[in-house]
Design a protein around this ligand. Structure first.
Ligand code: ZN
Length: 258
């Protein structure tokens, strides 16, 4: 049996404290709800981390013990310390998976890894969203079927300013007419990245069974396949074949001299 995937569920954890409507849905924070459904699914060793913990709960030790990090943030992206962003980036390049949820599109770490603004259009009128499954044979959509329907969602509309996904898994249609690339895969270094759009804090999105299944599948998919050191390739390479040390003097004009 393969070893359990070590998951760290990161949450900004501000809305749940500050807003009654969000607290009603997620009394102990959405990280707790996400951690609980991952634990219940089996195959994961789950811990949580939040912004207001020392080092945002993402110390060197925690990250070294993390195969996949999930990220939810919204109002406090600016409070995430650059030092922690550097640390997470380094781990992703070394092979740690990263699942960015909903408003995490503006997280520092997401922009850092993708290199674009990651901006988009939005509207909050509790409209219907249908996420079309474009890749039914992909591990992330296992057991999902043709589409996911969310009766009440915040709308995110194109253009989503990200590099073209290496694999586009879901496209959303919204009642108001917009479309959005809602499930996107990239790789940076050895690390797999998945952006998943659903997750607005005032709707019970993380209680939806299909949303939960996608997140479980995505965590499994993003788990590292190898242990890489960082930075990779930073050494003088010894030749594999026996190559004589050719001390050739090419001279000033680049022509071999006698
Ligand atoms: Zn939102």
């Amino acid at each position: 049996m393969p070893a359990n995937v070590r998951v760290t569920v990161w949450n900004e954890f501000r809305h749940e404290i500050q807003h009654e409507a969000v607290r009603k849905l997620y009394p102990d924070g959405m990280h707790t709800v996400i951690a609980d459904f991952l634990s219940a699914a089996g195959g994961f060793n789950v811990r949580t981390a939040t912004l207001d913990e020392p080092e945002h709960g993402l110390s060197e030790e925690v990250l070294a013990d993390t195969d996949v990090l999930t990220w939810w943030g919204h109002v406090a992206h600016g409070e995430v310390a650059e030092e922690v962003v550097d640390r997470v980036q380094e781990r992703v390049l070394s092979g740690m998976g990263l699942i960015v949820l909903h408003s995490g599109h503006f997280a520092k770490i997401f922009g850092r890894l993708l290199g674009t603004t990651c901006s988009l259009h939005w509207r909050e009128i509790a409209e219907k969203e249908r996420l079309w499954n474009l890749e039914p044979s992909h591990p992330i959509t296992e057991g999902i079927g043709e589409y996911i329907e969310l009766p009440n969602a915040e709308m995110y509309g194109e253009r989503f300013d990200v590099p073209a996904p290496e694999k586009l898994i879901f496209v959303s249609w919204f009642e108001g007419g917009e479309v959005f690339r809602s499930g996107c895969c990239w790789q940076r270094g050895h690390g797999r990245i998945f952006y998943f759009r659903p997750g607005h804090e005032t709707y019970p999105i993380f209680y939806n069974e299909q949303v939960r299944k996608v997140i479980c599948n995505a965590v499994r998919w993003a788990a590292p396949r190898m242990e890489a050191s960082f930075p990779a390739c930073a050494h003088i390479a010894k030749p594999i074949e026996d190559v004589p040390d050719r001390q050739i003097d090419f001279g000033k004009a680049g022509i071999e001299q006698d």
